[in-house]
Write a protein that binds this ligand. Sequence first.
Ligand code: HSE
Length: 436
Amino acid sequence: MKPIQVGLLGIGTVGSGTFQVLKRNQEEIQRRAGRGIEVTMVADLDVARAKSIVGANVQVVDDARKIIANPDIDIVVELIGGYGIAKQLVLEAIEAGKHVVTANKALLAVHGTEIFAAAHKKGVMVAFEAAVAGGIPIIKALREGLTANRIEWLAGIINGTTNFILSEMREKGLTFDDVLKQAQALGYAEADPTFDIEGVDAAHKATLMSAIAFGVPVQFDKAYVEGITKLESQDIKYAEQLGYRIKLLGISKRTAAGIELRVHPCLVPIKRLIANVEGAMNAVMVHADAVGTTLYYGKGAGSEPTASAVIADLVDITRLHTADPLNRVPHLAFQPDAMSNLPILPMAQVVTSYYLRLRVADQAGVLAKVTGILANADISIDAVLQREAGEGESHTDLIILTHDCLEAKMNQAIAEMQQLSTVLAPITRIRKEELN
Ligand code: HSE
């Protein structure tokens, strides 16, 4: 049988990895897919560079629409990124009857509903393993491996740049700004790292995982997003003293009232495996009723790890493209007419526990007033740590860990504590998850 023909839109880091791995492992891949898979066309604005990567046997063009218009191309791989031209090209490829593979989490988290509907109508597949956690097959696991289960929650380190920054801040006691510069010099962080450090990239990925885990539409606009830019080294140290590491987590939980979907820095017990995921690595924990807790770990970015995910999708499509569309695995794991309308909860309705750091006057009665406010709000304290005031200092730091409570109640308690004349600086609040 003639090989399935693939057109790459963009041949940067992931595109060139895809080309190399497909070529290197072509025999193994063909034995698995039952048919060869070949990149026969590439579109890139830098034609000369693209040619130097793929050689003379692959047609290189500077116009992506030439790939979409080519009737011999079966699968279009979109590796352009962003919501602009990438969205148009994906929709045009679907309209032209091509199957699509994409690593574009931003596009799917924001415009997924429109794109999946278009693909459903046309009877083509849109596969996106590479969009979440790079080489870790987490989409496959959530959509197929765990299909027997009622998934209860998932929590993941799904942005390598921020995990690298947090690891360096903790191990070397450096500030956020210093480590960010280092991450950029090492090529981990983008020249404009805003999406990484502000939690947006992680929220795109959490949105996609949440949709597949719970069978709800992608709703990035409802996600709570908080990055790591305000995190201070002293909180990382205090957390460590209390037995916790701070990680930027993407979390999604099913509750009776709706779905929690949030990205923020989070204290995690050091004894959990996920707390020990360091550097640019990714990991996702999933808790489901039958299987219990599972953990997926690996490289969340990079040329060949991400290519591994792109090619897994190419193999899936090669195996399934002749199947009746109704018998294929649904894009979001649940049949399109069986999606749930459970709401994504506003942050005020989320239930979690907290780390609070208060800069307070070192005077009698301060602790009593602070704990009194928490008691009035029915917020139970789990642990308290007080830094010994330094020589000549008239203030100290009070660190409080709480048990679970409603975020709205904690907002109110923090506002009241902030009013105390003995609380000398803005209160630091970091959420905490036991993940047990
Ligand atoms: N910028 C992402 C990260 C990789 O740092 O994990 C691609 O999603």
